[in-house]
Design a protein around this ligand. Sequence first.
Ligand SMILES: [Zn+2]
Ligand SMILES: [Zn+2]
Length: 407
Amino acid sequence: MAMNNSPPTGVSSTSTSLGPNMDSLGFQAMDSNIPVMPDYLTFTDFGIRTYFDMFKKMEDTFKFCVECKKLPDALPDSKNLRRCKRCQNVYYCSPECQRANWPVHKKFCKKLKLVALDRLVEWLIFTGRKFGFALHAPEDWCWEDWFAMQEHLDEKLGAVLTGRYMTILWANAGKPKPEEGELLESIKRLISDFQSRPITIGLGLHAFSIDPYAKPITVHVAGASHIETFNTRVIDYDELTQIFPGHQGIEVVMVGVDVVDGSIMRPPLTAFGPRGRVYLSSYKGLYHDFWESQVETQQAARPDLVVGFHPGFHACQDLMEGWLPTLLLLRDYKIPTLFTMYNEQELKSSLKILMELETNITGCGANPFASLKPEQVYSCPNKPLVYCSSHYIMFHGLSTNEALHCS
Ligand SMILES: [Zn+2]
Ligand SMILES: [Zn+2]
């Protein structure tokens, strides 16, 4: 496999100076279902030198009593913080708090175990990622088929399992190494998390009958955030080329105020994209400003499809006000649009808003290529877990008042 086999030059190989602002991230994550960024991504800010320190720092983020919310500082001896032995994820200040929390925690403990494992294995994927897994234009779209279609999958996964980074991980993680089968499942969940976005774009193109073989395609990701743009490489949406091999050129432009500076921070294309390749670019700003300053002036191509991963306009008035000009623009210019949500409840609330705006809903339901990686609500782990892009809504222009039944 194409894993980077060169030895690490130290922790700096996993860190970067391009990290998003921690304060705003932590705050955001506490107030919503938006998953918190893995802590190790901001290591340069902390001057961490060893893997052991890195994993400890990563875990420290989760060290607070889930029951009474006490932080380690508030305890006479921070060693008194106990970890749930089953999930290795949540902490308690005392046996009393653990007992009091159990009736709620027991409902989530099993899934939280997966979350705790995935955030360790995620480091591994970030460190040596380049999977080159591909989806070859299937008729039946589901993860099982997708994994079945990956060439030499067992070999590739085996290489990760026995690789040097796996050894480093468990020598420093401060947690017992899980069984091989559990690790394999974790790696697969992380691959699904990573590939979910390009494949969902592929589903959108497919659903709107937008044909990348007929002409070059431009896709805008509106409201792109740190989740979509942090550490993103120019090849990260190449899966689209596996879905549509030999296409006329697909451009994906990340647009959002929270777009993180990095290798994809380059201007969008003004002319036809490179045939058979995916071109990734980004623009830091609100989508409707981008439209006015770039699309209207023809400095960026008009989109064939606009996708929003977890826009969250249903969540609060502020977000809705930010999104409203964009929603109206997409509706009035009749741009095929696909939004994803973290769960069915978000789907329902978002649907209600889009219907009130009289958009023509063309489809909605569960996304067959939702991420398989469970996300905990950072500060309140004992809540139902969510999955990135678990549901989707598509709309196209103004409503013609036809009733639509969602699956
Ligand atoms: Zn407590
Ligand atoms: Zn537990």
